[in-house]
Design a protein around this ligand. Structure first.
Ligand code: FAD
Length: 448
């Protein structure tokens, strides 16, 4: 089995780095079991790396890291039951391409597709569209390697007591080596991007959310222009996307990178550049297979917080956000992304038991983010916001009890499946265990 020693590992956003003793790359489920058993004997902790696209210190470790990059691919597609079974390390773009060839797709995705399936479901990664839950709600069954090195199949009918806990579980219950997802016959979508005035958005928000299969919008700081994006099933022929992707790369990545550098070097230009960006939003319409349209490349690096609030609070929340940015003159030019997700019943899902709006705040890498994120987080707290597990936040163990009604039940299951904390690092001990039982130093608190 491939292993690496003495390598520094960094996440995508470079918000932290790990100096693990070893990184393992198992290529079979048996190899994963062997590593876990050895870790238990040697008293080592393990964290699993997906694609490293989380901003929080979930995969920080100075002991053992495991990457499932070599345990990836599609095991089978069940066309009678519309499901696909894939290995934990499989990247979402690969799932999309392979399913697409067979005329299938996932029902919803986020705005990138480079994550691993296990990493995406472990943090409750979501897209947009009020008919759809986050990606974890697509899961029918998972195979988990527990701290005892056993393989535990979990579904609504097998070991069902773990099902609602394990689908958003931050890699703290065990290692997800295989997943069965429900899939749909691949629709052709018409994707549209447009710009409208904030006053029009306000008036039509409910209708826009309810009448589109996928709807999201971007608020530009200091601007009354809003970008709206929709995707709906279409009977048009799928088009070639080369020009669409080229324009996207050029405008949303290379040009935006140059504008972002100007903002970093001359922060007073943020207001002007945000307004300029809002005016240059493309009015586009294109039809293509669904899996080709959800994701776009993200070359410009940033830091991010994202909160999930009750959908009913979306309008007051965005009004307060706009006011706060203007009054405090926050130096930010990145648009604020707003998406909608259906309620679910997964214990640690931010959308647990409530139809939700997700609001994401970004800051260009290299620009100060603390005050902006702090102010936005205060607003999100006011609206009963639950943080995205993979994005930066400053919520504590105590906060999580009040935000998640099933938090204590989750911890009971966690302690049952991993009594010695084999799957915890300092950050997760801080977040998930009682403070007075912990040895973790205070300096590890906070991820913003
Ligand atoms: C540019 C960018 C765009 C993004 N867009 C979106 C978006 O549109 N919507 C959204 O909701 N989020 C988005 N995210 C956040 C991202 O989807 C999540 O952080 C996701 O968890 C990353 O998946 P990953 O494979 O990189 O996992 P990692 O970040 O590597 O790991 C995430 C968690 O999963 C655990 N894990 C990974 N593999 C396994 C396994 N096999 N078994 C058990 N646990 C495992 C890890 O230990 C860790 O706790 C974005 C992030 C970036 C950087």
């Amino acid at each position: 089995m491939k292993t690496e020693q003495g390598r520094t590992w960094k996440n995508w956003a470079h918000t932290f780095e790990s100096h693990p003793e070893k990184i393992y790359y198992p290529s079979s489920i048996d190899e994963v079991r062997t590593i876990v058993k050895e870790a238990a004997i040697e008293g080592k902790s393990i964290r699993v790396i997906g694609a490293g696209h989380s901003f929080t210190r979930l995969v920080e470790s100075d002991e053992w890291l495991i990457s499932l990059d070599s345990l990836s691919g599609i095991e089978s597609i069940d066309k009678e039951n519309d499901t696909v079974t894939i290995f934990g390390g499989t990247r979402l773009y690969y799932v999309g391409e392979e399913l697409g060839r067979e005329g299938y797709s996932q029902e919803n995705l986020g705005d990138i597709n480079v994550q691993s399936i296990a990493g995406a479901i472990s943090t409750g990664t979501h897209g947009t569209g009020l008919q759809f839950g986050n990606i974890s709600t697509q899961v029918v069954k998972v195979w988990l390697i527990t701290a005892a090195g056993e393989i535990l199949p979990i579904s609504k009918t097998e070991n069902a007591q773990y099902f609602h806990a394990c689908l958003v579980s931050l890699g703290t219950l065990g290692i997800i080596v295989k997943v069965t997802l429900k899939i749909i016959k691949c629709p052709i979508y018409e994707y549209k991007s447009d710009q409208i005035e904030f006053s029009i958005l306000k008036k039509n928000l409910t209708q826009l959310i309810e009448s589109n299969r996928h709807f999201e919008f971007y608020l530009f700081p200091y601007s009354d222009t809003v970008q709206i994006k929709t995707m709906n099933v279409s009977d048009q022929k799928p088009k070639r996307l080369r020009l669409h992707h080229f324009k996207n790369l050029l405008l949303e990545n290379y040009l935006f990178f140059i504008l972002s550098e100007v903002c970093r070097l001359f922060p007073n230009t943020c207001r002007f550049i945000s307004r300029l960006s809002s005016k240059s939003v493309g009015r586009t319409s294109i039809s293509a297979h669904s899996y080709q349209l959800f994701a776009t490349p993200r070359i410009v690096k940033f830091r991010e917080i994202e909160y999930c609030i009750p959908l009913s609070q979306l309008l007051p929340a965005i009004q307060e956000i706009r006011k706060c940015i203007e009054e405090n003159k926050h130096k930010v030019h990145f648009p604020i992304e707003c998406r909608m997700v259906k309620a679910d019943d997964l214990w640690l899902s931010p959308s647990y038991k409530r139809d939700s709006a997700y609001i994401a705040f970004h800051m260009y890498k290299g620009m100060p983010y603390e005050e902006y994120f702090h102010d936005m987080e205060q607003i999100m707290k006011k609206y009963d916001g639950r943080p995205h597990w993979g994005k930066m936040h400053n919520r504590s163990h105590i906060d999580l009890y009040s935000l998640y009604p099933m938090f204590a039940d989750f911890l009971t299951i966690r302690n049952e499946l991993d009594p010695y904390g084999l799957f915890l690092n300092g950050y997760l001990k801080e977040l998930l265990t009682e403070k007075d039982l912990m040895e973790t130093p205070k300096s590890s608190i906070g991820t913003i």
